[in-house]
Design a protein around this ligand. Structure first.
Ligand SMILES: NC(=O)c1ccc[n+]([C@@H]2O[C@H](COP(=O)([O-])OP(=O)(O)OC[C@H]3O[C@@H](n4cnc5c(N)ncnc54)[C@H](OP(=O)(O)O)[C@@H]3O)[C@@H](O)[C@H]2O)c1
Length: 270
């Protein structure tokens, strides 16, 4: 049975008044789980509510994955696949906040430009470049051995190719399968190379580790307030245009987030 996990946003100093709270998000399908409590978070003053609604799933997933699970540190190399998509662009930014060397992979000049503007150290344009050759060239130029953390929301052939770039002791964050193909990560190579494979399902933290989720959102909001992370929304639609939102994702046109905005919330000011 579907349950609704709801985030509510308000300006920081008007939190208690429910009439001023803007309902923001989100239905997560978790079959046999009890309804989770409503979580309320104060937002930085002047924060765009549509931008705030874009924060929890995309940035929440990347934050729990990179900070909580992988403990990404400043001496490490992070490779982000699907880097201009919803979870990808947040992983790139969180990687930079952690001080990592961030390599991003995406298709097309517009996405490459966008990822460079986020501070990615190297961007591979998969429309014209080979992932392995491009990343190896960059690592060599920086006198780096390989990738320490792979953030993978894509799966399929890209995962297979990325495994050739991983260091001894690397971590693989299994986030999703946007390619439609679930990758195989060979146990024998995982053993020999001492890799750690993390499966990460952000929504299930609301049931099993709600405190981790709350701490994570709080840290993200503080980063947003300090300007360390920014939300980018390439498309907003009304609820009656939900089909167009899905088309934008399917056609790989989204850069950052796609949002459905309810009439009484207005369009994003971003
Ligand atoms: N584990 C979790 O808790 C969690 C949370 C949120 C999302 N996810 C999953 O993570 C994945 C990505 O989510 P998202 O919100 O980032 O999606 P998105 O905004 O659509 O981004 C996905 C990216 O994957 C790339 N891609 C590669 N092959 C693709 C294909 N055949 N069709 C579409 N895109 C393709 C695209 O980049 P290029 O066009 O540049 O190649 C696209 O930018 C999804 O599978 C989603 O279900 C998991």
């Amino acid at each position: 049975m579907p349950i609704t996990f709801r985030f509510w946003a308000s300006t920081k100093r008007s939190l208690p008044s429910l009439s001023f709270l803007a309902p923001i998000m989100l239905a997560l399908l978790t079959p046999s789980a009890p309804p989770s409590p409503i979580s309320r978070f104060g937002l930085p003053k002047g924060c765009d509510l549509v931008a705030a609604a874009a924060l929890p799933v995309a940035f929440g997933t990347s934050h729990v994955a990179l900070v909580h699970r992988a403990s990404l540190s400043s001496s490490q190399v992070l490779l982000v696949l699907g880097a201009a998509g919803g979870v990808g662009f947040s992983a790139v930014q969180i990687g930079k906040v952690c001080g990592a060397v961030v390599i991003a992979a995406a298709r097309g000049a517009e996405k490459v430009q966008f990822l460079k503007s986020l501070g990615a150290d190297h961007v591979v344009d998969l429309t014209s470049q080979n992932l392995t050759a491009s990343v190896k060239g960059f690592l060599k130029s920086r006198k780096l051995k390989g990738v320490d953390v792979l953030y993978d929301p894509v799966g399929g052939k890209l995962t297979k190719e990325s495994m050739k770039l991983l260091n001894w002791g690397a971590q693989i964050l299994v986030i999703g399968f946007a390619s439609g193909e679930i990758p195989v990560i060979p146990a024998n190579i995982t053993l020999v190379k001492n890799w750690t494979v993390h499966g990460l399902y952000w929504g299930s933290y609301s049931i099993h580790r709600p405190a981790v989720l709350e701490d994570s959102i709080q840290e993200l909001l503080s980063w947003m307030e300090k300007g360390l992370i920014t939300i980018h929304i390439s498309h907003t639609y009304s609820i009656s245009e939900a089909n167009l939102a899905f088309s934008a994702l399917r056609d790989r046109k989204a850069i950052g987030k796609v949002m459905i905005v309810f009439d009484d919330m207005g369009r994003s000011k971003l």
